[in-house]
Design a protein around this ligand. Structure first.
Ligand code: SF4
Length: 117
């Protein structure tokens, strides 16, 4: 199964997918199997992150996942938990994280909203 891509991205925003490093890779690398836990999960997530880190469209991918609030899977080398942290207020003032914080993050996942690639 091919790596998932954002099925609901606006058509004009999909150009970055043409350069996705995960194109053609098994979706199972990026999404947890039913009941996956512990070291097995950690190992799979790390495998996916190794694909993502040098990906030329990683910032676009992460931006998409944060905007779409993707609840599952590795996007832009981030897990859902890591993405959630990125969107939490950075300071007690309640300010949202800056673009620099998002761009510099090292991202990783679960399943269902299968990434379309
Ligand atoms: S950063 Fe996104 S597009 Fe690139 S390999 Fe990872 S999941 Fe695929």
């Amino acid at each position: 199964m091919a790596c998932p891509r954002p099925a609901h991205s606006p058509a004009d925003d999909r150009q970055w997918l043409l350069h996705a490093r995960c194109r053609g890779l098994p979706t199972e690398i990026f999404f947890a199997a039913e009941g996956e836990r512990g070291q097995r999960r950690v190992a799979r997530e790390e495998q996916a992150k190794r694909v993502c880190r040098p990906c030329p469209v990683r910032p676009d991918c992460l931006r998409y996942a944060l905007t779409a609030v993707e609840p599952w899977g590795i996007w832009g080398a981030t897990t859902p938990t890591e993405r959630q942290r990125l969107t939490e207020p950075a300071e007690p003032s309640g300010r949202a994280p800056t673009d620099a914080r998002v761009a510099g993050s090292c991202p990783t996942g679960d399943r269902d909203s299968r990434k379309p690639v």
